[in-house]
Design a binder for this molecule. Structure first.
Ligand code: SF4
Length: 425
């Protein structure tokens, strides 16, 4: 594998995800952008127009991705809009389209419902008659929809390469090894496993089978309390930052937390360290949210005196400490919408959400991104209008492309874990 040398933007992962010789899909997109723009300084100069430039680059490389029939390549935006709308109308109540907040504008405008993972999970149950659920998000979200859906419902992910780098950081075999090592040390019975919803179905099934549950950024605090009400310790995966930030805000000192490295025997921890810990954090992160830094916050405070800085809790601990407020995407939207006219907000989460929020509240309020260049969820960005059109017209022709299914045994335990999640407020 060739690793990106563009260190500011490449703190990426080592998992290739079948997407070419880049350390991550972020690197792939940034390198393509770099080749068009010529230099990093030009990209920074283009910050205001970053997303359209990126979309242009991506359009030209669509043919390199999951193969699409040639009839779906090189289409004009206007034609795709008309055809997607027509297919959606023709499918009527047979179809529900869900769009995550981080989804690109050209796609999310066709969603029947938008929201974060938690909100969208709840929407699935409200549409028992829909035959097809097209999930404009990433792979783990489509799996959750299949787990929560009814047997006659088929869940479709328009591009199967739309994964999640964080979910990839917790592989099922790594969790099984971790649990076996904790059992070997006689500790597993003291631990309740909790996984963030950003994880594979097999991970969700494991926690369900072992008395645990799933959380989202909306209910992480209540979920940790749920876990500690049951057992002395929690194993929290895959996002160490959400776990650490949430527990710290509940009054748990950092000394009561340890980080389990799945690539090292026994997580790289001693028995004494594990004995002392109340929270065992999996060594995983979101490659989008770890791009936010304290110097970015310092810079925005210098440029915009009086600015309110609000971040998602997947950011590193020091960034959360330097911010004024934090919460799930739904929380961020609520706070900014409810803020007084004239207020200025710097938001630390995925760029599409921030741009849409900025447009929505302007001119009364000003919203800027903490990082205009680096905070794109490049995996979710893979759901292009071309892919959406292809799957919708396929349904009209009686063909189901890109169905995502979860095996029955995994589904049973993952469903138990998800039902526990939905019961925790
Ligand atoms: S923003 Fe991060 S955690 Fe969310 S889907 Fe993208 S890579 Fe995964």
């Amino acid at each position: 594998m060739v690793y990106c040398q563009w260190t500011k933007h490449c703190r990426g992962e080592s998992r290739p995800a079948g997407l070419g010789l880049f350390a991550s899909v972020d690197c792939e997109i940034f390198h393509k952008l770099a080749s068009v723009q010529g230099a990093r300084s030009e990209i920074v100069a283009a910050m205001g127009t970053f997303l359209p430039v990126l979309t242009d680059v991506e359009k030209r490389s669509l043919h390199e991705r999951q193969p699409l029939p040639s009839a779906y390549l090189g289409l004009e935006d206007e034609e795709m809009d008309v055809r997607i709308a027509a297919a959606r109308a023709a499918l009527g109540d047979r179809l529900v389209i869900l769009g995550h907040h981080y989804q690109r504008d050209e796609v999310i405008r066709f969603a029947d419902y938008t929201g974060d993972s938690f909100k969208l999970s709840r929407e699935i149950a409200k549409h028992p008659t829909a035959e097809f659920i097209v999930f404009c998000g990433v792979h783990f979200m489509a799996e959750s929809a299949d787990i929560l859906g009814l047997p006659h419902q088929q869940v479709i992910l328009p591009d199967l390469a739309a994964g999640c780098s964080m979910a990839d950081m917790a592989a099922p075999d790594q969790l099984m090894t971790c649990w076996a090592e904790l059992e070997q040390m006689g500790m597993a019975s003291q631990i309740v496993p909790v996984t963030y919803i950003n994880s594979a179905a097999a991970i969700k099934a494991f926690v369900g089978e072992h008395g645990g549950t799933i959380c989202t950024s909306s209910n992480a605090r209540a979920t940790l309390q749920w876990g500690w009400d049951r057992r002395e310790k929690i194993l929290f995966l895959p996002d160490q930052h959400l776990g650490r930030n949430t527990a710290w805000q509940m009054g748990v000192p950092l000394d009561d937390m340890v980080v389990w490295d799945p690539d090292v025997p026994f997580g790289g921890l001693t028995r004494a360290e594990l004995n002392r810990a109340r929270l065992i954090l999996w060594k995983g992160h979101c490659s989008v949210h770890v791009r936010f830094t304290v110097p970015q916050i310092e810079a925005v405070r210098r440029q915009h005196p009086g600015v309110r800085v609000i971040v998602h809790p997947e950011v590193p601990f020091d960034v959360l400490q330097a911010a004024d407020d934090n919460g799930s995407t739904e929380y961020i939207l609520r706070q900014v919408r409810a803020a007084p006219a004239g207020s200025v907000w710097a938001v630390g989460t995925e760029i599409h959400l921030v741009h849409r929020l900025a447009e929505e509240v302007a001119p009364e309020k000003t919203v800027i991104s903490l990082d205009q260049v680096g905070c794109l969820c490049s995996t979710m960005f893979r759901i292009s209008p071309n892919h959406l059109l292809w799957v919708l017209e396929g349904l009209l022709d009686g063909e189901v492309h890109n169905r995502v299914t979860v095996g029955e045994s995994e589904k049973k335990w993952a469903r138990i874990a998800l039902d526990r999640m939905l019961s925790i407020q």
